[in-house]
Write a protein that binds this ligand. Structure first.
Ligand SMILES: [Zn+2]
Length: 490
């Protein structure tokens, strides 16, 4: 990235840079790439998150309702004891009251839920308006996820070389943030998404520099296997392929190359997760052996006669409805913040999303953005019908421009309920179901409140199984057994 840094930071390149950012939509993952290149860091977040200083004392949540992510029921009046990184006891309120030296957390009037899992987070995302340049701040992003009660992030696409070391620094407690599962860099066709987005946006020489950062383009079966090996050697948790056309006429990886990616991943004991757009993309990736769709079918209505076929694959689907809606709405009016966004994001940043600069133009992405405007109802309808038919729905935000770390997942939960899931089912889509996928077990180590499980817990005011909005009304967050001290803007 050094050369890129120098090229982009050079005064001579400023005109091109201005053209690049002022005239085109630049998805935030692209901005993420510009990170070592670009000028100012992302504006400071108004939130403050640290570990509470409790000298390693146990934590006793007293007299809370407890959400059972398996049954979807809420058990009233429970005590939950946390020691180290685990839940060690659960009992009727009062039964654990005399535990030695525990720090007591009042649970009256609140519900304890498992820590949230964002199945499509991007730790390296930059979340400002598309036309602004900002260096992403992964450490701020990690704190934001934690502030919002997200205790695990599955990141299907990290453009930086630090993806794996950052995951380790979080695991070691050196960085405060959710547990990370990462696929590292995306694998795609040389002319496929997201490299095609770069081509659509950037002068050729910037594209030439950026594309390898965004995603590895593989043209042959051999290149596909090499790209998988590189990620497996580095320690990736999964392999990510992109099978979708953005812009709408972009190339897609041929079936034999896709097959080689999935097969090589399997040989390296890794699962392949797939970015998809259409029903056909869903089928092609499933037929290749992919284990997860990291978007829903978002571009078109899934034909009724294809629903049973998608169900039969037994592959979970990460919805990410919110990110496509965001791109559809971005130029239509101001960003209307949720309560959580008002707490977490500065008023200046929220106001910066609208209006766009006068000379702003969508360029080659015009058709795609228009499609996003036309397909909101279709997306929700797909999610509702596929869920009803038996596809396991997982919640994901796809953190990027206007989709904020942590807060974005809360929006997705509201959207899942709008799509037809019950609030308890929406919560399960962000707790038990993703934990089962990540742990490859019906009885996972997280996503459920039970003795012996990871102490990733969120205490929320009210009952989120009655009103999903309650999940955003956070009283306390316990991350890996440790209480967080959280301060937002208000
Ligand atoms: Zn993504």
């Amino acid at each position: 990235m050094n050369l890129l840094h120098r090229l982009i930071a050079a005064p001579a390149a400023r005109g091109i840079r201005t053209f690049f950012f002022r005239n085109r939509v630049v998805p935030a993952f692209l901005l993420a790439l510009m990170l070592s290149a670009c000028v100012q860091p992302e504006a400071d977040s108004p939130i403050d998150v640290t570990w509470a200083d409790l000298d390693g004392r146990p934590l006793l949540v007293q007299n809370a309702a407890v959400f059972d992510s398996i049954t979807g029921q809420v058990l009233p009046n429970q005590d939950v004891l946390v020691r180290g990184a685990s839940i060690v006891a659960i009992g009727a309120a009062g039964s654990l009251a005399e535990t030695d030296g525990a720090h007591v957390i009042a649970g009256q009037g609140a519900t304890l839920i498992p820590g949230l899992i964002d199945m499509h987070g991007h730790v390296m995302a930059s979340t400002g308006p598309s036309w602004e340049t900002a260096t992403p701040n992964p450490e701020d992003n990690l704190r934001a996820y934690a502030f919002a009660g997200v205790t695990t992030v599955f990141d299907p696409g990290d453009s930086s070389d630090e993806a794996y070391s950052r995951r380790q620094r979080v695991a070691d407690g050196e960085l405060l943030g959710p547990r990370i599962f990462t696929a590292g860099r995306i694998i795609t066709d040389p002319e496929g998404h997201p490299r095609s987005v770069v081509d659509a946006l950037a002068p050729w020489w910037i594209a030439w520099l950026l594309k390898p950062q965004v995603a590895t383009g593989v043209a042959t079966v051999e290149e596909a296997r090499d790209a998988v090996d590189e990620r497996a050697d580095a320690g990736a948790d999964a392999i990510k392929v992109a099978i979708d056309s953005i812009p709408l006429d972009a190339a897609i990886m041929p079936a034999d190359v896709l097959g080689a990616v999935v097969d090589q991943a399997r040989q390296r004991k890794l699962r392949t997760v797939a970015h998809i757009g259409t029903t056909e993309d869903a089928i092609v990736t499933a037929d290749s052996g992919a284990a997860l769709w990291v978007h829903g079918v978002y571009k078109e209505r899934v034909p009724d006669e294809m629903v049973a076929k998608l169900v039969a694959y037994g592959i979970p689907m990460v919805t990410t409805s919110e990110v496509f809606d965001r791109y559809g709405r971005a130029l239509q009016g101001p960003l209307v913040p949720s309560k959580l966004e008002q707490q977490m994001i500065s008023p200046e940043k929220l106001a910066s999303f609208f209006p766009p600069p006068e000379d702003f133009d969508l360029g080659a992405l015009q058709g795609w953005v228009e499609l996003m405007q036309q397909t909101r109802e279709v997306r929700l309808d797909n999610v509702g019908r596929l869920h009803a038919a038996g596809v396991t729905i997982l919640a994901g935000s796809d953190t990027q421009s206007g989709v904020f770390p942590g807060a974005g997942l809360h929006r997705e939960l509201v959207t899942l309920v709008a799509a037809g899931l019950s609030p308890a089912e929406a919560l399960r889509a962000a707790t038990l179901s993703p934990a089962r996928f990540l742990d490859e077990s019906a009885d996972p180590d997280a996503g459920v409140i039970a003795v012996g499980k990871r102490a990733d817990l969120v205490l929320v005011n009210g009952d989120p199984t009655r009103d999903i909005a309650a999940v955003s009304n956070i009283r306390e967050v316990i991350l890996n057994g440790r209480l967080l001290q959280r301060r937002g803007a208000n």
